[in-house]
Design a protein around this ligand. Sequence first.
Ligand code: ACO
Length: 324
Amino acid sequence: MGTVILGTGSCLPDKIVTNDDIAKIVDTSDEWIRTRTGIRTRRVCGQDEQTYNLATRAARRAIAAAGIGVEEIGLIVVATISSHTLMPSSACLVQKELGATKAFAYDINAACSGFLFGIDLAHKYVQADHGMKVLVVGAENLSSRLNWSDRNTCILFGDGAGAAVVGYRDGASGYLGANLRSDGSLWELLYMYAPKSSNPDITHEDHPGTYIIMEGKEVFKHAVKAMEDAIHGVLAREGIGLDAVKLLVPHQANIRILNKLAERLQMPADDVVINVSEYGNTSAASIPIALDEAVRAGRIQEGDVILLCSFGGGFTWGATLIKW
Ligand code: ACO
């Protein structure tokens, strides 16, 4: 189809928070967190670090890897559920920081699936205009959206950003297809309210705060099944067998979800990119960070078929197939 990822980049904040650090805040332990989630550490934004700062750093690396100038970028899409400002979008702040004056820019919200939804959007723009280059960023400052007294959630998430420049190359296979899904009827299993209304006539008795709230066990069950179905769906549609897939780059929710998914797909552990132990769950940033690390480690070579898959709040989920 000709849509290709021209370059990737990522950025993690310097500050490392260990499970022992969290055990000083809530009633938990390193042992519990490691065995239930596989997470050992996560990165957390510093005092003056915001979502758009991480997004901009990841974007600069992706643009450098793509070998293009910022003036060539026609569109910036930032996938996030933790923008520093609701208005302007994180994408507009990234545009300002980069000096990408030719681009228009906006955010999308598809929770942990945001990067896959963003890449699909970019693909459509690029197919409509072969000269278009789209910067897609997944960026989160989730530590600012956690209830740090809720041990069900505060152990799971981390901050970070990942980016990709999407463009067109004549004759390339590139983006093969995606199977993207949503089911809003299940929203109450994983959600985060918007800030309280400032309308004085509105009471806020039922507002739990602008924090992530989750039914962990239910999310777990839905996540494994949904990602497995999405993967089989996109493979069947494109007529490609799982044995042709070199690498699976899944959303890094937790190790037990990833192991269960690999087991159901009968994929060897070595063919699955996993970094959740270091970074925790970084929502929209998790897939582009894992993708960038796999590219830089030489795990993805030209011609390789790779699968990306996600599951997140909404619910939103999907699988994307790319020939590198
Ligand atoms: N430390 C110690 N004990 C804890 C903690 C904690 N951090 N959290 C919960 N517990 C306790 C519970 O209170 C409960 O105690 P009880 O038996 O006395 O009531 C016990 O541990 C078991 O709790 P469960 O919720 O049943 O624990 P479970 O084994 O399901 O593990 C977990 C919880 C890790 C959240 C799991 O359900 C999970 O991984 N779910 C997937 C959620 C996820 O990944 N969400 C990310 C967002 S969505 C996405 O990205 C896909």
